[in-house]
Design a protein around this ligand. Structure first.
Ligand code: PLP
Length: 386
């Protein structure tokens, strides 16, 4: 499909090409000095003591659950309105995902009140997801966690560069996880990052990333080690130098690109309020600074969403849904996960949500075109219903 306005687009140029060529010429491809630099730069950017690069954010979430102490019989509370990887990670660790509801139609993030209602003697962790880059209520969530002795893991896949009270998202909980998948705010193709301020957790995460081995191939190449011990049941979740070199270039572009996303989001909000006041654009006046990863809208209750999306497609505009809620997937329904029967806000938002195109190079004309198309597509489905 040749979209006139695609859902997302990457910002790659000569810098990325040059960076990859440098790595190829260096003849060292597996995790080494470039990755170390990427980690140091990322840690400095978000203000964390440690950053550990991995092969994708799903691996990051898995390691976070393992290092966070989740195991068989433990429960972890998380939203259902997220990508399936957030819940899968809990299951990889042998633990039970417990679904809490979102706050409401203007705040699609997990609700602290719903979290509190899900806490049992088996609860060990809370996994928060900053939907679209908009901050969860971290002060309330951290105080619940403290009161009940729970670990807080942040799925900050959407929130690279988002802030709340001047502190970067991903650095509020014990461990933060970021994604560098192709449609995220910065990309390495596939890639991810863990951050933590805890020295022991960081050490454990580094071990788990690479088979639980006490030295890397890189260390042996540099003559720092001859052999190694295996001290933990680890994985091969390493990133590589090619992708880390892309990450370093993308990180330099991130602040500007996030600013552009915020400006485009503001224009969308203004135009949609003028043209289609009957739709909800969530996170209006939301606290903090968002990385504006997504532009979600909620259609009026009862609007046939597929027809609306078909109308948008007919005008060359790609839209998407974030998300089909996890508790409704076949692989989760049969588990009968705790909490799934009591998610009214999630059910409502999940049936009404449509994601509009948003990326740094999206032009003002395109935004006007999309906003106008939302208006005419809504009118089109209303006529068809009448
Ligand atoms: C993209 C995404 C992930 C998974 O990231 P990968 O790097 O593709 O593994 C996890 N959680 C959320 C909310 C995401 O959007």
């Amino acid at each position: 499909m040749n979209w006139r306005v695609p859902l997302s687009d990457i910002d790659f140029g000569a810098e990325e090409e040059e960076a990859v060529q440098q790595v190829v010429k260096s003849r060292w491809l597996t995790m080494g000095a470039v990755t170390r630099e990427f980690e140091e730069e990322f840690a400095a950017y978000v203000g964390a003591r440690h950053a550990i690069a991995v092969t994708n954010a799903t691996a990051a979430l898995h390691l976070a659950c393992v290092a966070g102490g989740l195991g068989a019989g433990d429960e972890a509370i998380l939203p259902s309105l997220t990508f399936v990887a957030t819940a899968n990670a809990v299951r990889y660790a042998g633990a039970i995902p417990v679904f809490a509801d979102i706050a409401g139609e203007n705040d699609l993030n997990i609700s602290p009140r719903s979290i509190e209602a899900c806490i049992t003697p088996r609860t060990r962790a809370i996994l928060v997801v900053h939907y679209g880059g908009y901050a969860c209520d971290m002060p309330a969530i951290l105080s619940l966690a403290e009161e009940h002795g729970l670990v807080v893991i942040e799925d900050a896949a959407h929130a690279i560069g988002s802030e709340l009270e001047g502190r970067m998202l991903g650095t509020w909980g014990q461990i933060g996880c970021y994604s560098f998948f192709s449609n995220k705010n910065m990309t390495t193709g596939e890639g991810g990052m863990l951050v933590t301020d805890d020295d022991e957790l960081a050490e454990r995460l580094r071990l788990l990333r690479s088979h639980g081995m006490t030295s890397l191939t890189w260390d042996r190449h540099k003559g720092h080690a001859w052999s190694y011990d295996v001290v933990d049941l680890g994985y091969n979740y390493r990133i590589d130098e090619i992708r880390s070199s892309l990450g370093r270039e993308q990180l330099k572009k991130l602040p500007r690109n996030n600013r552009l996303r915020r400006e485009k989001t503001a224009l969308y909000r203004q135009l949609l309020a003028e043209l289609s006041p009957e739709i909800v654009v969530p996170f209006e006046e939301h606290p903090g600074v968002s990385a504006c990863h997504l532009l979600p809208i909620l259609l009026p209750d009862g609007t046939p969403r597929e027809s609306f999306m078909e109308n948008m497609k007919a005008q060359g505009i790609q839209t998407s849904i974030h998300y089909p809620p996890i508790h409704r997937f076949s692989a989760y329904r049969d588990l009968n996960p705790p909490g799934a029967a009591n998610l009214p806000q999630t059910e409502s938002a999940a049936t009404r949500e449509v994601t509009l195109p948003l990326y740094p190079a999206l032009s003002e004309d395109d935004i006007r075109f999309v906003a106008k198309a939302v208006q005419t597509s809504l009118a089109g489905v209303a006529r068809a219903l009448a």
